[in-house]
Design a protein around this ligand. Structure first.
Ligand SMILES: Nc1ncnc2c1ncn2[C@@H]1O[C@H](COP(=O)(O)OP(=O)(O)OP(=O)(O)O)[C@@H](O)[C@H]1O
Ligand SMILES: [Mg+2]
Length: 393
């Protein structure tokens, strides 16, 4: 097995882990900043309260100007509200009053009351006792800077993840487009290259056939079969390399033909059965040459999985009005659950001589060229596997 997929998963895992570490580090670091800033703001408010207390209880006017100017005004960031013991507002600082109520004192008052409620949720008020026994309260809340800083890392991480997601999709889209070009280009080139010797081969074949010298020669029939086979291969590649035409075909007939053709070239120890649950006239939109290729790839895998001995059952089922399913069941070794998602990846193979292209190609043919679906419908290790092809009617 080519280990690119396990490697790719490891790389993905590492990228995710690094992203998580960066995210966690950002949040932790900002949280440290937030708690430091928060401590500072609390100290600032404590100082404010102390200054206030001193001013209220000062025996003389000596230092009042100093306290007023240097301490109380130095707080230009932390929103504070000073109230009496019944929470009647005496003063407020650093609170943004909305424009539309700035000249309505009654509204301002109720707005500030609302602020007090918010402040209570964040911090206990600081109590400033008066000499004669009554108290004032200093309510305060986080400055705008602090509350922005609290949310900043989350906003930042969301923006970065959105960006990463967009980049990821753009990148995988362009990679898919590139893969498409490689598939199509290679197929076209192959069909083109096969074309020239094939047409001359066909001409030679006709020439030999009509020559009396080779009359009744058994080689001739074999030669004819091989030429026909080459023709089919060329047709397949040329269909993959262009936009293939889909026609309404009798799906039972087409499947039966594909199986008959295969049966002749596969060990007699494999028994094929074709069954359908609907009337024989049902059609589906199919490109016969590509559909045959899909059946061939799936059945060859089935034969490999059964080591050349067992039975392959093909069942045609109607799925509602618009689609038909072709279920191909073998009695082979089955696919382990962990591998089911990988079997369609190009390069995934468990065989010594496999390229891991058979199912990747089959899936492309059904999904992209027929707008249908190909998937593993059932598989059990040691019992067998069912592949389901869904086609449009
Ligand atoms: N019917 C099946 N039963 C069990 N395993 C299967 C079956 N069909 C496919 N697989 C598994 O899926 C793998 C991929 O199949 P795929 O046809 O893409 O490649 P391959 O057969 O290994 O090589 P290639 O078809 O290119 O010669 C196989 O190697 C096999 O392990
Ligand atoms: Mg195969």
């Amino acid at each position: 097995m080519i280990p690119i997929y396990s490697q790719k998963n490891r790389i993905k895992l590492i990228v995710v882990i690094i992203a998580l570490i960066i995210g966690a580090a950002t949040i932790t670091y900002t949280n440290i900043l937030v708690s430091k800033l928060s401590e500072r703001e609390q100290e600032l408010v404590q100082l404010y309260a102390k200054g206030l207390r001193y001013m209220i209880n000062a025996p003389s006017d000596d230092n009042i100007v100093f306290i007023e100017e240097e301490i109380l005004s130095s707080n230009t960031t932390v929103p504070v509200i000073l109230t009496d013991e019944n929470e009647n507002i005496l003063d407020s600082k650093n609170i943004n009053i909305p424009e539309n109520i700035s000249n309505r004192p009654d509204k301002i008052n109720s707005y500030l009351q609302g602020e007090i409620e918010k402040m209570k949720e964040q911090h206990e008020p600081i109590v400033v006792p008066w000499a004669e026994g009554s108290v004032n309260y200093v309510f305060y809340k986080d400055s705008e800077l602090l509350s922005q800083l609290r949310y900043y890392p989350y906003v930042q991480l969301i923006v970065i993840s959105c960006f990463a997601l967009v980049a990821y999709f753009a990148f995988s889209y362009s990679r898919r487009a590139e893969q498409n070009r490689v598939w199509v280009g290679l197929a076209k080139e192959t069909a083109h290259q096969l074309g020239t010797p094939l047409s001359s081969l066909m001409a030679w074949y006709e020439y030999i056939k009509s020559s009396p010298k080779f009359e009744n020669e058994p080689i001739l029939e074999e030669l004819g079969k091989d030429v026909r086979r080459l023709e089919i291969i060329t047709e397949r590649f040329s269909n993959i390399g262009s936009v293939p035409t889909l026609r309404d075909e009798n799906i039972l007939q087409v499947t039966q033909n594909a199986i008959n053709y295969l049966q002749n070239r596969i060990s007699r120890k494999v028994a094929f059965t074709v069954e359908s649950t609907f009337s024989p006239g049902i059609t589906a939109k199919v490109n016969v040459s590509l559909f045959d290729w899909v059946i061939e790839n799936i059945c060859k895998n089935a034969v490999d999985a059964m080591e050349g001995r067992g039975s392959i059952n093909i069942q045609l089922v109607l799925l509602g009005k618009s689609s038909v399913a072709v279920d191909i069941t073998d009695t082979g070794k089955g696919i382990p659950k962990s591998k089911i998602d990988s079997v369609f990846l190009p390069g995934f193979t468990t065989k010594k001589r496999g390229w891991g292209l058979g199912l990747a190609l089959a899936k492309r043919i059904i999904d992209n060229y027929h707008q249908g679906r190909l998937y593993v419908k059932w598989s059990e290790v040691g019992k067998g596997t069912t592949f389901r092809i869904v086609l449009n009617r």
